[in-house]
Design a protein around this ligand. Structure first.
Ligand code: WT7
Length: 680
């Protein structure tokens, strides 16, 4: 099919070209859950004007053990009273039941829930809904046998193996909160999360292969348990999946050794002990906590974002259904890791509640070759693919020859998430990967929002490359100027939401004040995202990026303060400032300026030590690509580091630095600029 291009706006785009608009392919309109732009506008209007009616209708697809007449209740005005949000208060349900039993009862028991595709292409297994259910019941019995109860928090430090899905659903089944910690995080990061939520049980694996590289996870988990003990949090059981034992191993690789300590319990053995035990579903109150997921915070300490049951469930279900226009015969593949919210909402809960056949992939997109993703798309006939702009840019940079041996004809929708997508990467996904025969949905949302907030719908919204486009049902975005005034029509400002939606976070674990301070205090009466956005003449929303001290590296949020505190922990460092600098593939990368103690000099050894420090305190993903020595940092008279200036220096665009007269020591800037040129 040829490109369907409509130019309904002849203003120039940012890069001087006409902004193109691409209509959804005609076959996607027919039979879509939301078909055509008019249908979108009608449904959207209902979702705002009659929110309770709209959500009641969505929720009627799901099972509630006990109903309620309540809908969405909330207050965003911190001056008028406590900020809160409740959805279907009084109802009782269970999300794990809705993912499993509900589907089995409607005849999907023998349908494949997941194709688990291992790191090696030959390591594949398929699990039906019934099979997944049986594993979940059994593991929930294991958790119960270890004393895990409703309301407890269980840390899951697992790679992308089937047991991660099982463990998450098992926690939800018994009303325990899971706290999934991305398996790329360090022992210190894991320990901080275990301590914050006082976890007594940690589930992990002996190790995992990332491409050809083996990683020993158990030793990291053990180190974290020891660190937690220093803070008086005693982990009683580390349940370990023996994953390395069963995988196909690349030749000649030495496997990491796992220690079988007294508190180590082998997953497989524990499962056998609990085989045949009935472990019933806990019926949870609508507002019972469902899970914690830690995300970076401006102050450096990660925030335990708390989601609850009915609202998160209904929102994950609805956004999956509409954004991917789910169909019974879909083969759905979300490439995200379950260590992030995308994996929670759109690899686990959303697709299962929609009864989809999904792919759960353990590896990286470039192993064994950069054709891996497209090979898998052809192998399984993937219809809906959800991935990241970083993955797209990385694969695009490796050349189109990696596409040539595959057809990718099955693809209907390609979603992206995590960071703004640049038009070039968008066009590559649309034309080269999707052969101009797909809808691209650029989904804007956050760990905090639970699900999509701004996105195209594949059978409804004409697409503009790089625009997140239109609000999802029930989401009401507003742009505010610096004085907090609402910007009507075209313009740019801070992106906020002026009303609640079912999937929104309910709090920060153990820190109610921080919840209000971070999200509701900046603009009273609004939920503030921390992002900037622009609205164009057609009402399309374009995300312009973070406006706070968080940076987005490969779609992962990092806190500049957290990296800085890792750097200043080194005895030779007096002060550090980290900013985001643009990167062709990762979007941006951490660029660090460090002021050393008197008499110290930067050299390769120190740079390596500093990088190691960040890797150990946070994880590999936070390691600065560049560490530059700074004789001093530019500061205002009140002592605040002016990151705006450091960003310009890191970018190499000195001309844009602007007024520096309010700084204490202007000469510092010249030194930093020449220091940067010396490096480059
Ligand atoms: C931040 C949230 C949402 C799951 C993955 C990240 C940025 C996210 C987009 C997008 C532009 C985006 C924002 C947001 N972001 N999606 N489609 N376009 N920016 O979750 O770690 O909570 O990060 O990611 O800056 O605030 P997260």
């Amino acid at each position: 099919m040829s490109d369907v291009r409509v130019k309904f706006n002849l203003t120039n785009g940012e890069d001087g070209q006409d902004e193109d608009i691409f209509n959804p392919p005609a076959p996607l309109l027919a039979g879509a859950h939301c078909s055509g732009l008019q249908n979108y506008h009608d449904l959207y209007r209902t979702s705002i004007n009659d929110a309770d009616g709209f959500w009641r209708n969505v929720a009627s697809d799901l099972h509630f053990e006990q109903g309620t007449s309540k809908g969405l209740e909330y207050n965003f005005d911190a001056k008028a009273g406590p900020v809160y949000c409740k959805f279907m208060d009084g109802a009782k349900t269970n999300i794990s039941y809705n993912c499993l039993e509900r589907n089995i009862k409607r005849g999907l028991g023998d349908k494949i829930a997941y194709i688990f595709e291992g790191n090696e292409p030959s390591d594949v297994s398929t699990w039906t809904y019934k099979e997944l259910h049986a594993q979940v019941v059994q593991f929930s019995a294991v958790l119960r046998a270890h004393g895990v109860q409703r309301g407890d928090v269980v840390a899951l430090y697992l790679p992308m193996i089937p047991e991660l899905a099982v463990a998450m659903l098992a926690c939800a089944r018994i009303g325990a909160m899971h706290s999934v910690v991305f398996a790329g995080f360090s022992a210190e990061s894991l320990a901080a999360r275990v301590v914050d939520a006082r976890c007594r049980v940690v589930v992990t694996a002996d190790g995992v292969f990332r491409g050809a590289k083996p990683i020993g996870l158990k030793s990291i988990a053990d180190a974290a348990v020891a660190l937690a003990a220093q803070e008086d949090v005693k982990v009683e059981a580390v349940i370990m999946v023996e994953h390395l034992k069963r995988v196909t191993k690349p030749d000649g690789v030495e496997l990491p050794k796992a220690d079988y300590s007294e508190i180590t319990f082998v997953y497989e053995t524990e499962m056998q002990k609990c085989s045949g035990i009935d472990s019933p579903v806990e019926w949870m109150d609508a507002e019972s906590p469902l899970f914690l997921l830690y995300t970076s915070g401006s102050t450096g300490k990660p925030k335990g974002i708390q989601h609850t049951t009915a609202g998160y469930m209904t929102y994950a279900y609805a956004t999956t259904k509409y954004t991917f226009d789910t169909k019974d015969d879909d083969v759905y593949w979300c490439t995200a890791d379950c260590g992030w919210i995308t994996g929670h909402s759109y690899l686990l809960y959303g697709p299962l509640m929609n009864g989809l056949k999904g792919i759960w992939y353990e590896g990286v997109p470039t192993y064994p070759t950069p054709s891996r993703m497209w090979d898998a798309v052809d192998k399984y006939g993937v219809t809906k693919l959800y991935t990241s702009p970083t993955a797209a840019r990385a694969l695009m940079a490796l050349g189109n020859k990696w596409l040539e041996s595959t057809s990718r004809k099955s693809l209907k929708v390609i979603g992206t998430v995590g960071e703004p997508i640049n038009p070039a990467a968008w066009m590559w996904l649309y034309k080269k990967v999707g052969l101009s025969n797909v809808s691209i949905v650029d989904t804007y949302w956050q760990t905090e929002t639970g699900g999509h907030m701004i996105t195209c719908l594949p059978g409804a919204t004409p697409m503009k490359p790089g625009a997140a486009a239109m609000p999802f049902f029930g989401a009401s975005p507003v742009l505010l100027d610096a004085e907090g005034r609402v910007i009507e029509g075209p313009g740019e400002g801070s992106l906020c939401f002026d009303r609640a939606w079912p999937g929104m976070m309910r709090g920060i674990y153990g820190d109610e004040q921080r919840f209000v301070k971070t999200y509701f205090a900046p603009f009273n009466g609004y939920y503030f995202t921390g992002d900037g956005a622009r609205r164009d003449e057609d009402g399309y929303l374009w995300i312009t990026g973070r406006v706070d001290d968080l940076m987005n590296v490969s779609g992962h949020l990092l806190s500049t303060a957290e990296i800085e505190s890792a750097l200043v922990a080194h005895e030779k460092v007096a002060e550090a400032a980290v900013v985001a600098a643009p990167h062709d593939i990762k979007g941006s990368f951490p660029y660090a300026f460090v002021t050393l103690n008197v008499g110290e000099k930067i050299d390769e050894k120190l740079v390596a030590e500093l990088k190691k420090m960040v890797r150990e305190k946070i994880g590999a993903l936070a390691v600065p690509d560049v560490i530059q020595e700074a004789p001093g940092l530019p500061k205002t008279r009140s002592g605040k580091v002016t990151r705006r200036i450091l960003r310009k220096i890191a970018e190499g665009s000195e001309s844009g630095i602007g007024d520096t007269t309010t700084l204490v020591d202007e000469s510092v800037i010249k030194q930093l600029i020449s220091g940067r040129s010396a490096r480059a």
